[in-house]
Design a protein around this ligand. Structure first.
Ligand code: CU
Length: 154
Protein backbone atom coordinates (compact mmCIF):
# COMPACT_ATOMS: atom_id res chain seq x y z
CA UNK A 1 0.00 0.00 0.00
CA UNK A 2 2.79 2.36 0.95
CA UNK A 3 4.69 1.73 -2.28
CA UNK A 4 1.48 2.27 -4.20
CA UNK A 5 1.10 5.68 -2.55
CA UNK A 6 4.72 6.57 -3.25
CA UNK A 7 4.21 5.53 -6.85
CA UNK A 8 1.11 7.68 -7.12
CA UNK A 9 2.91 10.70 -5.68
CA UNK A 10 5.73 10.22 -8.17
CA UNK A 11 3.28 10.09 -11.05
CA UNK A 12 1.60 13.29 -9.84
CA UNK A 13 4.94 15.05 -9.39
CA UNK A 14 6.16 14.12 -12.85
CA UNK A 15 2.89 15.02 -14.58
CA UNK A 16 3.50 18.80 -14.95
CA UNK A 17 6.94 18.25 -16.48
CA UNK A 18 5.52 15.73 -18.93
CA UNK A 19 2.71 18.12 -19.85
CA UNK A 20 5.14 20.96 -20.50
CA UNK A 21 7.24 18.74 -22.70
CA UNK A 22 4.32 17.34 -24.67
CA UNK A 23 2.14 20.39 -25.09
CA UNK A 24 4.39 23.37 -24.47
CA UNK A 25 1.76 24.93 -22.21
CA UNK A 26 -0.50 25.59 -25.21
CA UNK A 27 -4.26 25.58 -24.64
CA UNK A 28 -6.90 26.32 -27.26
CA UNK A 29 -10.12 27.64 -25.75
CA UNK A 30 -13.59 28.87 -26.70
CA UNK A 31 -13.55 27.62 -30.28
CA UNK A 32 -16.68 28.73 -32.15
CA UNK A 33 -18.08 29.45 -35.57
CA UNK A 34 -21.31 30.80 -36.97
CA UNK A 35 -24.04 28.75 -38.62
CA UNK A 36 -23.90 29.02 -42.41
CA UNK A 37 -26.23 31.61 -43.91
CA UNK A 38 -27.98 29.65 -46.69
CA UNK A 39 -25.54 27.80 -48.92
CA UNK A 40 -22.46 29.89 -48.00
CA UNK A 41 -19.45 27.96 -49.33
CA UNK A 42 -17.05 29.03 -46.56
CA UNK A 43 -16.93 29.53 -42.81
CA UNK A 44 -14.56 31.00 -40.23
CA UNK A 45 -13.56 29.59 -36.84
CA UNK A 46 -12.52 31.74 -33.89
CA UNK A 47 -10.80 30.82 -30.61
CA UNK A 48 -8.21 31.89 -28.07
CA UNK A 49 -4.78 30.28 -27.84
CA UNK A 50 -3.14 30.62 -24.44
CA UNK A 51 0.55 29.86 -24.04
CA UNK A 52 1.19 29.22 -20.36
CA UNK A 53 4.62 27.74 -21.09
CA UNK A 54 8.03 29.36 -20.73
CA UNK A 55 8.81 29.40 -24.45
CA UNK A 56 7.20 30.81 -27.56
CA UNK A 57 5.40 28.53 -29.99
CA UNK A 58 4.12 28.97 -33.52
CA UNK A 59 0.77 27.98 -35.02
CA UNK A 60 1.68 26.53 -38.41
CA UNK A 61 -1.58 25.19 -39.80
CA UNK A 62 -5.04 23.79 -39.26
CA UNK A 63 -7.11 20.84 -40.38
CA UNK A 64 -10.86 20.43 -40.28
CA UNK A 65 -12.85 17.59 -41.78
CA UNK A 66 -15.98 19.70 -42.46
CA UNK A 67 -14.22 21.66 -45.23
CA UNK A 68 -12.28 20.81 -48.40
CA UNK A 69 -9.48 23.11 -47.31
CA UNK A 70 -8.52 24.83 -44.06
CA UNK A 71 -6.35 27.97 -43.99
CA UNK A 72 -5.05 30.46 -41.43
CA UNK A 73 -6.35 33.92 -42.43
CA UNK A 74 -6.26 37.49 -41.28
CA UNK A 75 -8.94 40.05 -42.12
CA UNK A 76 -7.99 43.67 -42.59
CA UNK A 77 -9.55 46.86 -43.88
CA UNK A 78 -8.28 47.98 -47.28
CA UNK A 79 -9.97 51.34 -47.81
CA UNK A 80 -13.65 50.57 -47.25
CA UNK A 81 -13.21 46.90 -48.17
CA UNK A 82 -12.62 44.07 -45.75
CA UNK A 83 -9.97 41.81 -47.22
CA UNK A 84 -8.45 38.54 -46.10
CA UNK A 85 -4.94 37.29 -46.57
CA UNK A 86 -3.55 33.84 -45.79
CA UNK A 87 -1.07 33.57 -42.92
CA UNK A 88 1.74 31.04 -43.20
CA UNK A 89 2.11 30.96 -39.42
CA UNK A 90 1.06 32.79 -36.27
CA UNK A 91 3.56 33.33 -33.41
CA UNK A 92 2.22 32.53 -29.93
CA UNK A 93 4.52 34.33 -27.45
CA UNK A 94 5.30 32.77 -24.08
CA UNK A 95 2.89 33.75 -21.32
CA UNK A 96 0.41 35.38 -23.69
CA UNK A 97 -2.97 34.71 -25.23
CA UNK A 98 -3.59 35.23 -28.94
CA UNK A 99 -7.15 35.86 -30.02
CA UNK A 100 -8.73 34.75 -33.27
CA UNK A 101 -11.90 36.81 -33.62
CA UNK A 102 -14.27 38.34 -36.19
CA UNK A 103 -12.51 41.12 -38.13
CA UNK A 104 -9.08 39.68 -37.33
CA UNK A 105 -7.36 36.34 -37.45
CA UNK A 106 -9.45 33.25 -38.12
CA UNK A 107 -9.28 29.74 -39.44
CA UNK A 108 -10.98 29.75 -42.83
CA UNK A 109 -13.06 26.72 -43.74
CA UNK A 110 -13.04 26.70 -47.53
CA UNK A 111 -15.55 24.58 -49.39
CA UNK A 112 -17.85 23.40 -46.62
CA UNK A 113 -19.05 19.86 -47.26
CA UNK A 114 -22.40 20.73 -45.62
CA UNK A 115 -23.88 23.93 -44.15
CA UNK A 116 -22.91 24.49 -40.48
CA UNK A 117 -25.95 24.25 -38.22
CA UNK A 118 -26.48 26.06 -34.93
CA UNK A 119 -26.01 23.72 -31.97
CA UNK A 120 -23.67 21.39 -33.85
CA UNK A 121 -20.01 20.96 -33.07
CA UNK A 122 -17.06 19.46 -34.89
CA UNK A 123 -13.34 18.88 -34.27
CA UNK A 124 -10.65 21.28 -35.44
CA UNK A 125 -6.97 20.35 -35.30
CA UNK A 126 -4.35 23.07 -34.93
CA UNK A 127 -0.68 22.30 -35.61
CA UNK A 128 1.97 23.94 -33.45
CA UNK A 129 5.71 23.87 -34.06
CA UNK A 130 6.49 22.74 -30.48
CA UNK A 131 3.18 21.61 -29.01
CA UNK A 132 2.28 19.45 -32.02
CA UNK A 133 -1.31 18.79 -33.07
CA UNK A 134 -4.05 20.00 -30.72
CA UNK A 135 -7.66 19.08 -31.41
CA UNK A 136 -10.56 21.12 -30.02
CA UNK A 137 -14.32 21.01 -30.43
CA UNK A 138 -15.80 23.95 -32.34
CA UNK A 139 -19.28 25.04 -31.25
CA UNK A 140 -21.63 26.36 -33.94
CA UNK A 141 -23.56 29.43 -32.73
CA UNK A 142 -26.34 31.33 -34.53
CA UNK A 143 -25.82 33.01 -37.91
CA UNK A 144 -25.39 36.41 -36.19
CA UNK A 145 -23.66 35.04 -33.09
CA UNK A 146 -20.86 37.14 -31.64
CA UNK A 147 -19.06 34.47 -29.66
CA UNK A 148 -19.28 31.59 -27.28
CA UNK A 149 -20.60 33.67 -24.34
CA UNK A 150 -24.17 32.53 -24.93
CA UNK A 151 -23.16 28.88 -24.98
CA UNK A 152 -23.54 26.74 -21.91
CA UNK A 153 -20.08 26.02 -20.52
CA UNK A 154 -19.22 22.45 -19.75
CU1 CU B 1 -10.74 34.06 -44.30
Amino acid sequence: MRSLLVGLVLVLLSAPAALAADHGGIAVMQAWTRASPGQAPNGAVYFVIRNAGPSADVLTGAYCEVAQKTELHESMMSGAMMQMKPLAEVPIPAGQAVEFKPGGRHVMLMGLKAPLKEGDHFPLTLDFKSAGAQTVEVAVVGVAGEGPAAMPMH
